[in-house]
Design a binder for this molecule. Sequence first.
Ligand SMILES: CC(C)(COP(=O)(O)OP(=O)(O)OC[C@H]1O[C@@H](n2cnc3c(N)ncnc32)[C@H](O)[C@@H]1OP(=O)(O)O)[C@@H](O)C(=O)NCCC(=O)NCCS
Length: 317
Amino acid sequence: MVQYRTFHNRDPKRFLKLWHNSGLGPSAAEGFPCDILEYFVFSLPFFDPKGFFLATEGEEVLGICHASFPPVEDESRLDNTQGCISALMVHPDFRRQGIGRELVQRAEAYLAAAGATSIQLGAGLDRNGFYNGIYGGLQSSGFNVSSGPWHEFAESLGYAPATRTQILHRDLSSGRDPVSSRLIRHRRRLNLVITDRASEMSWWWHARFGQLDSLQFELRQRHDEDLVASGQIVGLDVFVPKWGIRAVGIQQVIVPEESRRHGYGLSLVLEICRRLREQSIQLIEAQVDEANPAALELFQTAGFECVELLSTWQRSL
Ligand SMILES: CC(C)(COP(=O)(O)OP(=O)(O)OC[C@H]1O[C@@H](n2cnc3c(N)ncnc32)[C@H](O)[C@@H]1OP(=O)(O)O)[C@@H](O)C(=O)NCCC(=O)NCCS
């Protein structure tokens, strides 16, 4: 008989087993030990055992649903008026028995009691506090529609499609960088500055990426040191056993408003690719919201291709 309860301290090992037996598809890291779940989930300061729901039969965990909250706009604290389902999975032998539905309904009741007026199934880009670097690649921005009946499931629970985040990959071991006279001019006139300025990042950034290696890149004018583009890379070390190659994620590529449409963003991304290639990194990943055509175009021009989609669904309570 299936029973439902919230998290106990002895659950991480059982969750690890469920994770590896659930066929989570290309977006999920695999072959990692239990302490990875501690780093990326259970040790985070905002992990609430009362928001982590399990379906069990005896000692076996058949499914889990993890409810959480996104940050407020300035990323200084959590926003309890909005709820997220950060993770949801049911063992393949126990699907289509109503377990997923029951877990989500319990998570919804928990989120509503904490003050949430809407819920996002799959959290969304920059909104998931958990599983970053172990599900989705660089970020756990939604659920991968190619590895689960997410549309049907979400619709049956009254959720409507919300965001779609493209996972873009570039294989650094093959293909050539685009060339143009503008890019050549930029190489002559700009300096690339590399720092590890993690102290300038928000509390939310540290909670999600603080345990991964990261570097900050800045493109500055040679003559006056004016900043024209910045970005950041984060190591995707937990995916090494699954992908068999070294990969990094690139994020927060920002060009100041007054410097846009001059090709500085492209120059920065290509310069980062060049540096990573020299370090024998084989793959670089970016995640871009489909509603951001400028960023999509930039990465496509830099040779990135969409390999998967991470989707979310929303329901008002
Ligand atoms: C999505 C998932 C959680 C659904 O769990 P589940 O326990 O099988 O779902 P339920 O039995 O509660 O289904 C509820 C409703 O969803 C819909 N649904 C679920 N699975 C479906 C499928 N394979 N095809 C069509 N509709 C489906 C149905 O409407 C179903 O109601 P019904 O059975 O009365 O027709 C499960 O398929 C899963 O674990 N997939 C992989 C999860 C994953 O990749 N997680 C990674 C992110 S952390």
